[in-house]
Design a binder for this molecule. Structure first.
Ligand SMILES: [Zn+2]
Length: 317
């Protein structure tokens, strides 16, 4: 009996050890699985961030320059520490959507015990450009609807003897806009040149014209805006910082109603220009010159319109 009892306890000890060993292995397995899952999760997040950045950066070059879009996407995944060989880039037929796919084999730590050395994590992100529909920060100049050529200079507001006095623009109007209506005055107008209009303007909006020439406030506002570019080297129309104050957003307008000082115009689109200065400025003369450029801003878009080169990028879900 004594023997039996001691045998029983010895067995029990043995069983406990076996149970503990099994439990420990299972526990280790779970911990290992959790670690590997965590590694895969972090790696996947890293890929998504890199692909987002690459798609957004690439899309900024679309649709004008698909080759450059691809280069930019590669550069951005590289900056996020991802080998370009793990990357594939696709640009849609209309050259407005870029899809960045990244696949990466991640080495597993604990799952190796069970024969799983690595697992592939992957992500695909698409970004699409579309023309701007509504915008904040427009300057109170305007231009007629036309085909714009990249890098060409355009008159955005003219003086007393500007090119429009022979009928190129609308007779009796110098091209300035009064966004807030009711004749805001010279100070408000000049501020809007320097800062841009804080309100939102949308395609279809009807806007009062600024009936006066405003030659002085125009020249002062344009000079102040140009001088506020502190970028080094100085910005030029084809090589400027993304946030350069010399990049301005101008409403494209068509005649809507009224004549002379009571004229109203309708916004049909927006274009970006690089502000060059005031040409022939003396007395009441002086034409505001800007070079037409393609720009990407953060704004509301409309995929159903053609637009005038001012666009916004959206990530597609
Ligand atoms: Zn600048």
């Amino acid at each position: 009996m004594q023997n039996l009892i001691s045998k029983f306890f010895k067995d029990e000890e043995g069983q406990v050890i076996v149970i503990l060993a099994v439990a420990f292995t299972v526990l280790l397995g779970f911990v290992g699985l959790a670690v590997d899952t965590g590694v895969l999760y972090l790696e996947h997040n890293r890929l998504v961030r890199a692909a987002d950045a690459a798609a957004l950066a690439g899309a900024q070059e679309l649709p004008a320059n698909p080759a450059r879009a691809e280069e930019m996407a590669k550069e951005y995944v590289g900056r996020n520490g991802i080998n370009p060989e793990q990357l594939s880039i696709d640009i849609s037929g209309d050259e407005k959507t870029i899809t960045v796919s990244v696949d990466k084999n991640v080495n597993l730590v604990f799952a190796k015990v069970f024969g799983y050395d690595s697992r592939e994590v992957s992500t695909a992100v698409s970004a699409r450009v579309a023309p701007v529909k509504s915008l904040r920060g427009a300057v109170p100049f305007s231009i007629k609807e036309q085909v714009f050529n990249y890098g060409d200079p355009y008159v955005l507001k003219e003086g007393a003897s500007g090119p429009g006095s022979d009928g190129a623009r609308w007779c009796g109007w110098f091209g300035a806009l009064d966004f807030t209506g009711g004749g805001g005055g010279a100070r408000e107008y000049e501020d809007m040149i320097v800062q841009g209009y804080s309100g939102e303007i949308s395609i279809g909006d009807i806007i009062d014209i600024e009936p006066g020439n405003m030659a002085g406030p125009t020249a002062d506002g344009v000079m102040e805006r140009i001088e506020s570019c502190n970028h080094n080297p100085s910005c030029t129309w084809n090589n400027h910082a993304p946030d350069c104050p010399r990049v301005i957003y101008v409403p494209i307008v068509e005649e809507y109603s009224g004549t002379g000082g009571n004229r109203r115009v309708q916004v049909v689109g927006f274009a970006a220009f690089f502000l060059e200065g005031v040409d022939n400025h003396h007395g009441n003369n002086g034409d505001v010159l800007g070079r037409f450029i393609f720009e990407t801003v953060s704004a509301e878009t409309d995929d159903s319109i053609d637009g005038y080169g001012l666009q916004s990028v959206k990530l597609l879900e």
